[in-house]
Design a protein around this ligand. Structure first.
Ligand code: AP5
Length: 190
């Protein structure tokens, strides 16, 4: 099983990816979590990535792809994966596809969670209050949403053209969103 989540900040990518990973016994690979770990450990990748994360900009493609592509190939040997936050732009998607195609590992479904900007902002400000994630200030959330619109949203067409896009209304309870994803996957024989 090879899945990916494609949705704006605060839409519930991480929340749903955790549930799907447990349900299918696959690995949850979150590019944001991996980058935050590199920052926390002050590795060379972390030191390079920190200012991008703090400002809500995308970390350079080469850095992210070097960090993530081997993990994806590796996770595939253990039953599959769900990608959360990668790919984030067309260049990352095309590069990932080249690698996957050569190895026969292309994705089965790309799951889009549709959530309005107002709802994303509300959820992330709530999370800022409880968890204090550095990039959850209102100005940075708004910038992350702009980056999503310009860099990531075009991927919806990319995956739709490949016939693997699933669209879900993300403004429902966590349980209902999970149920609808599972139904949509089952309808595709997954
Ligand atoms: P990343 O970590 O991917 O953050 P993000 O896309 O901004 O997404 P979030 O983690 O904020 O939200 P989410 O959609 O996962 O929602 P969640 O489940 O957490 O990226 C961070 C940064 O890393 C980027 O800005 C960039 O700098 C860098 N980066 C990462 N990947 C990169 C890449 N490929 N290339 C370049 N740079 C990259 O939920 C959010 C909140 O809402 C939680 O509190 C949750 O409990 C709540 N919630 C979830 N679902 C619901 C629901 N249905 N109803 C009510 N509340 C809900």
């Amino acid at each position: 099983m090879r899945l990916l989540m494609l949705a704006p900040p605060g839409a519930g990518k991480g929340t749903q990816a955790d549930r799907l990973a447990q349900r299918f016994g696959i690995e949850h690979i979150s590019s944001g979590d991996l980058l935050r770990k590199e920052v926390a450990e002050a590795t060379p990748v972390g030191m390079l990535a920190k200012s991008y994360l703090d400002q809500g900009d995308l970390v350079p493609d080469e850095v992210v792809m070097k960090m993530i592509l081997d993990r994806i190939v590796d996770a595939d040997t253990r039953g599959g994966y769900i990608l959360d936050g990668f790919p984030r732009n067309l260049r990352q998607a095309e590069r990932a596809y080249e690698v996957a195609k050569d190895l026969g590992l292309t994705i089965d479904a790309a799951i889009h969670l549709d959530v309005s900007h107002d709802e994303s902002i509300r959820r992330l400000l709530d999370r800022h209050g409880s968890q204090g994630r550095a990039d959850d200030s209102e100005a940075t959330i708004r910038h992350r949403l702009e980056v999503f619109e310009t860099a990531t949203l075009p991927l919806l067409n990319y995956y739709e053209d490949r016939g693997v896009l699933i669209r879900i209304n993300g403004e429902q309870s966590v349980d209902v969103v999970t149920e609808e994803i599972l139904e949509a996957l089952a309808a595709r024989g997954l």
